[in-house]
Design a protein around this ligand. Structure first.
Ligand SMILES: *Cc1c(COP(=O)(O)O)cnc(C)c1O
Length: 401
């Protein structure tokens, strides 16, 4: 029995079945390369689902975390510490607007904060409901799940304690019809990640901003997957010409350490009264030190620009294959959805894996790619040389036209 087989059996026996048992057991990594427990090497083109912005074992992250854990790992929010203050200041400077930050431990919790903030802001004004998008994803807790429009994960846990109305993503007219003066907030992703990296039509976020301005509903941008440089700007909304009222972050922010943030812009930073919200671990020294190292490294190594350039190389490289199984390559920067003409994404993914590449069949007909921002041109070219074989292997019966 291999080390992987042994761990898979033990995983199946000891862990809840909610994830299924993954096929690969990772041991360690270096940059965009990871190794499994049997010594096999992989190019990591999913980056822990858009999390490992600096790749694996980046020296800046290792140093920041090691030094911080050796100094003080936890203070609770009874006591403040410098890294959380510096990180909040840094995030506000990247947003480029006045505001205030709450730190959580995950994206779900960042959205819980946004949800409570919108309730605190709207309750006295009679704002009673939320609007979110069909097939959108905002997390798995009962509040964040209530906002999640993916019926398969939402409906088994209904009903929810809050009134959420769903509109088709990208349809400004439908949103306009759904939002009135009693809407507390609209929550949307700049591009739907879990749905297969689906961008909205041009001008959608500007239309959402207008609708929220007209009705007074808060505009919450869920940048948990799109943020932290991945699309070529710090936050994806920065390419739309508007500023939301609330921005939520997680995934790439800690580069692999668990941290989320909810940013209230302008007066929305001061909605909570003392005691309205909290988290034991939120903003803890190790996670905030990690996030500071991530942001500093992205800045000093110009990784937002790199994400734009390398993403173009990757997307154009896939398009240039002209493979009949590829219907479309969409997304910006190092965050792509490769839509296939058949529901064989799992087959493509498994051939990629046996050829030494990790990706993600996010939908039956979509492969999601989100490599670390430090991925090199040579690694992109290596991926592009492996992909045609994986596509060929999954080509449906009947062969090429
Ligand atoms: C991943 C994700 C979440 C949930 O974040 P967790 O850290 O898993 O709780 C919420 N919204 C979006 C857009 C995400 O991609």
């Amino acid at each position: 029995m291999t080390a992987t087989q042994d761990l898979r059996e033990r995983f199946t026996d000891a862990l809840m079945p909610n994830y299924g048992t993954p096929g690969v057991a990772l041991s360690h990594g270096d940059g965009t390369t990871v190794y499994d427990v049997d010594g096999n090497e992989y190019l990591d083109f999913i980056g822990g689902i858009a999390v490992s912005a600096l790749g694996h074992a980046h020296p800046a992250l290792v140093t920041a975390v090691s030094e911080q854990v050796a100094r003080i790992a936890h203070t609770s929010n009874l006591f403040l510490h410098e890294p959380e203050v510096a990180l909040a200041e840094k995030l506000l400077s990247l947003v480029g607007e006045p505001g205030k930050v709450f730190f959580s431990n995950s994206g779900t919790e960042a959205n819980e904060c946004a949800l409570k903030l919108a309730i605190a802001n709207g309750k006295a004004k009679g704002r009673t409901y939320f609007v979110a998008s069909t097939d959108g994803f905002h997390g798995r807790s009962m509040g964040a799940l209530a906002l999640t429009g993916k019926a398969a994960i939402r409906e088994p846990f209904a009903p929810f304690g809050i009134d959420v109305r769903f509109v088709p993503y990208g349809d400004a007219a439908a949103l306009n019809d759904a939002v009135d003066e009693s809407c507390a907030a609209v929550i949307l992703e700049p591009t739907q990640g879990e749905t297969g990296v689906v961008p909205p039509p041009e001008g959608y976020f500007a239309a959402v901003r207008d609708i929220c301005d007209t009705t007074g509903a808060l505009f919450i941008a869920d940048e948990i997957q799109s943020g932290i440089g991945r699309t070529g700007t710090w936050f994806a909304y920065q390419q739309t010409g508007i500023v939301p009222d609330v921005v939520t972050l997680a995934k790439g922010l800690g580069g692999g350490l668990p941290i989320g943030a909810c940013i209230g812009i302008g007066a929305y930073g001061d909605v909570f009264a003392k005691g309205d919200h909290g988290s034991t671990f939120g903003g803890n020294p190790v996670a905030t030190a990690a996030a500071l190292a991530v942001l500093d490294t992205i800045e000093s190594d110009k990784l937002t620009e790199a994400a734009a350039d390398k993403g173009k190389r990757l997307a154009e490289g896939i398009r240039a294959l002209n493979h009949p199984l590829v219907a479309e390559v969409r997304g910006k920067g190092l965050w792509l959805g490769v839509e296939l003409t058949a529901e064989v994404a799992a087959d493509v993914d498994s051939t990629l894996r046996s050829s030494g590449v990790l990706a993600n069949p996010v939908r039956p007909n979509v492969i999601r790619l989100a490599p670390p921002l430090v991925v090199t041109d040579a690694q992109i070219d290596a991926f592009l040389s492996v992909l045609p074989r994986a596509l060929d292997a999954a080509y449906p019966p009947g062969g090429r036209p």
